[in-house]
Design a protein around this ligand. Structure first.
Ligand code: AMP
Length: 133
């Protein structure tokens, strides 16, 4: 059975798309630590754990995530874009990209931001506009 993230990448479940390529898909985390918190996933594998990916997929995923991070940095005022891999909840490899003002912003125990659909859509479209393939 397809994972929820495969269904998102295929457009079967809605998401706030930030960027996509043939092999990878980036969308806003629905429970964000910060405005612009984005998830980046591979389309072609549902491998649960990032370090089980084959070398080519791993390299492609991290290179795509770097492009997304650059777009986030342009679109969202922040000092850095933090990177995290957890996978405690969804068993489909994904990289978290989180705009940071300070190191405490990458604490997943922090309260999540409450955003309206309009705010999510506006953030996604700003990052998407800054994305360079
Ligand atoms: P983890 O597997 O621990 O890395 O956490 C999964 C992340 O996916 C969490 O931050 C969730 O908020 C996020 N998430 C789960 N379902 C969705 C969804 N349908 N759309 C966007 N983000 C999601």
């Amino acid at each position: 059975m397809a994972t929820i993230f495969t269904k998102i990448a295929n457009g079967e479940i809605p998401s706030y798309k930030v960027a996509e390529s043939k092999d990878f898909y980036a969308f806003l985390d629905i429970n964000p630590l910060a405005e612009g918190h984005t998830l980046v996933i591979p389309r072609n594998t549902e491998a649960d754990y990032i370090f089980d990916l084959d070398d080519e997929t791993y390299a492609g995923l991290t290179a795509f995530a770097a492009k997304v991070a650059k777009a986030i940095r342009k679109a969202i005022p922040c000092k850095r874009v933090g990177v995290a891999v957890l996978g405690m909840e969804v068993p489909h490899t994904h990289i978290h990209l989180v705009p940071l003002q300070s190191e405490g912003d990458l604490n997943f125990a922090n309260e999540k931001k409450q955003l309206t659909p309009e705010q999510f859509a506006a953030i996604a479209s700003k990052i998407s506009a800054a994305f360079e393939n």
